[in-house]
Design a protein around this ligand. Structure first.
Ligand SMILES: NC(=O)c1ccc[n+]([C@@H]2O[C@H](COP(=O)([O-])OP(=O)(O)OC[C@H]3O[C@@H](n4cnc5c(N)ncnc54)[C@H](OP(=O)(O)O)[C@@H]3O)[C@@H](O)[C@H]2O)c1
Length: 311
């Protein structure tokens, strides 16, 4: 039985991964920023703090661990956190893993990480891929574009907007594409990569691809809310998001996220890394999809609340 460490085991991808590892009979040690978040795994996992400022403590937490799975990252710059801080922290984590003798690191990056250094999210992810390579620890870098499934943000919030507003504005022509992967398929991929050898780089994309406009129209059809989908200038779309943000106490979307989406950075021609189809999943969950807004800032500020209960 292998001992795995998972960062963010009470979060989104990390929680799904922890379920998967436990179901495979593996042992899991969790590293989290949110020690008081409800823990659905009880005493089946041991939790440690992600104490980036005390690297010796992280090293101790990783002693005896064979595989480290890293999901830690921040989605945007904010008064409470930044990409720069997340890069620094992740470097501390990688170094602690090396010193602790971790055999393999399975790291979650982003599609096309090296292709958009002008965007902070991508620059940070690019930097961390290089930092991981420089550690000399065997690794897999897995690159999703968009994940969906229980507790997801993007797909849920598109459905949320569709349910509430009479029209839906897509940024520009909406022809840029994306290949969403189900979070449980992502978790299975991560668990599989714990067993692999050497240094691997994989695009983590799903079996279905959509143009963004087509994705919105497909979701509208599935949840049965006929809506006019119109093209809006990206800046205008961002301003609408910014105006609605305070009502849901969140940053709905950033200008960098819009730029990445419109450049087609969430698309890839790689073979599918999972089998769960977004259309089938959405059909199965059509009643609850988008009923409640999913808040990124809420997840970061309500650290003793489960993702499902964040308001
Ligand atoms: N979700 C997607 O659609 C998507 C798409 C492409 C790539 N990814 C990548 O997948 C990985 C996992 O993402 P996820 O969506 O599953 O995220 P998540 O579970 O919400 O967060 C993952 C981990 O990062 C920590 N974290 C997140 N934001 C933080 C902040 N602002 N300050 C401090 N800690 C923070 C969480 O904290 P706690 O320890 O407190 O839980 C958790 O440990 C990330 O590397 C992300 O870039 C995700």
């Amino acid at each position: 039985m292998t001992l795995h460490a998972v960062t963010g085991p009470l979060g989104y991808t990390g929680r799904s991964l922890t379920e998967r590892l436990l179901s495979r009979g593996q042992r899991v040690r969790g590293l989290t920023n949110s020690l008081s978040r409800p823990n659905p795994f009880g005493d089946r996992i041991v939790l440690h703090p992600l104490a980036f400022e005390r690297s010796g403590e992280i090293e101790d937490s990783l002693r005896g661990v064979e595989v480290l799975h890293n999901t830690y990252w921040v989605r945007f710059n904010h008064a409470l956190f930044s990409f720069e801080q997340a890069v620094r922290n992740t470097r501390v984590l990688f170094e602690a893993a090396r010193r602790a003798g971790v055999r393999r690191i399975v790291h979650v990056s982003i599609l096309h990480a090296e292709e958009a250094d002008d965007l902070g999210y991508y620059r940070g992810k690019h930097d961390l891929e290089e930092a991981l390579r420089a550690t000399g620890v065997a690794h897999s870098i897995l690159r999703p574009g968009v994940l969906f499934g229980r507790f997801d943000i993007l797909i849920n919030n598109i459905a949320w907007v569709l349910r509430r507003l009479p029209i839906f504005g897509v940024f520009g022509d909406g022809a840029y594409r994306l290949r969403p992967l189900h979070v449980d398929d992502m978790a299975a991929l991560m668990a599989d990569h714990a067993e692999r050898e050497g240094d691997l780089l994989v695009d983590a994309v799903g079996p279905e691809g959509f143009a963004y406009r087509e994705l919105v129209e497909t979701l509208a059809r599935i949840i049965d809310v006929p809506r006019k989908v119109v093209s809006v200038p990206p800046l205008a779309g961002w301003l609408v998001g910014r105006a609605v943000g305070p009502f849901v106490r969140d940053v709905i979307i950033t200008r960098e996220e819009i730029a990445g989406l419109m450049r087609g950075l969430l698309d890839s021609t790689a073979p599918a890394a999972g089998a769960i189809r977004l259309t089938e999943w959405a059909m199965k969950h059509r009643e609850e999809l988008g009923r409640r807004y999913a808040s990124e800032v809420g997840r970061r500020t309500q650290r003793s609340v489960a993702y499902a209960d964040v308001r």
